[in-house]
Ligand binder design. Structure first.
Ligand code: MN3
Length: 194
C-alpha cells in the first residue's frame, strides 16, 4: 500500500491569523508530501512490512529485522507522516478538545491553565526541531513528552492526544524567531475550554 497526502480538513487560510495561509500551504504540500514520498520509498524496499498499519510499524520499529538506515527512514518519515496527518486533524478554526479530555487534563495537571503553561514552556524550550506531545499510556494516563525531530509517542507505545509542531517550517514565515508568539497563537486553533 502506498501512502498519499491526505487533504486538509479546512482551507489553507482557515487558521488565520494564528497560522498564515502560505505557511499552511507549504507545510502541507511540500513538507508533509516529502515525508509521504520518503516513507513510500523506504517501504518499497521492504514489501513484507509495507502493509502494516503505520502506528504498528512505529510501535514495533525496534524489533523489525531490517537495516538500521531503513529503520531510521521509517522513524523519520513515517513519524513525519503520522505526526502531520494527526496535527491537521486536531486543529481547526473552531476546534476545542472534548469534555473528557478537559476533565482528565484538569485531574492530571491541576487546571487547564497550568497544563497549557507547562506544555507551552516545553515547546518554547525544545532545542532544535521537534514536537511537544500530550499522550496516553496503555492505562489511559496522560503524559507530556518533548520529542526531537519527527519522533512520535507511538515509538514507545503511547497514543498521541495533542501535538505541537515546533519545527521552524511550522511558523518561521510569520513569526521568524518568535516561537513563543506562535505557541501562544496556536491555542486559538485548538481550544481547551475549562
Ligand atoms: Mn511540520
Amino acid at each position: 500500500m502506498k501512502y498519499s497526502l491526505p487533504p486538509l480538513p479546512y482551507p489553507y487560510d482557515a487558521l488565520e491569523p494564528s497560522i498564515d495561509e502560505r505557511t499552511m500551504e507549504i507545510h502541507h504540500t511540500k513538507h508533509h508530501q516529502t515525508y509521504v514520498d520518503k516513507l513510500n520509498a523506504a517501504l518499497d524496499k521492504h514489501p513484507a512490512i509495507a502493509d502494516r498499519p503505520l502506528e504498528q510499524l512505529l510501535g514495533s520499529l525496534a524489533d523489525l529485522n531490517i537495516p538500521a538506515a531503513d529503520k531510521m527512514m521509517i522513524r523519520n518519515h513515517g513519524g513525519g507522516h503520522s505526526n502531520h496527518r494527526f496535527f491537521w486533524q486536531i486543529m481547526g478554526p473552531n476546534k476545542s478538545v472534548d469534555k473528557t479530555l478537559v476533565s482528565d487534563i484538569t485531574s492530571e495537571y491541576g487546571s487547564v491553565e497550568a497544563f497549557k503553561k507547562t506544555f507551552s514552556d516545553m515547546a518554547a524550550n525544545l532545542f532544535g526541531s521537534g514536537w511537544v506531545w500530550l499522550a496516553r499510556d496503555e492505562n489511559g494516563k496522560l503524559h507530556l513528552h518533548q520529542m526531537a525531530n519527527q519522533d512520535s509517542p507511538l515509538l514507545h507505545g503511547h497514543e498521541p492526544v495533542i501535538g505541537l509542531d515546533v519545527w521552524e517550517h511550522a511558523y518561521y514565515l510569520k513569526y521568524q524567531n518568535r516561537r513563543a508568539d506562535y505557541i501562544k497563537a496556536w491555542w486559538s486553533v485548538l481550544k481547551i475550554l475549562p
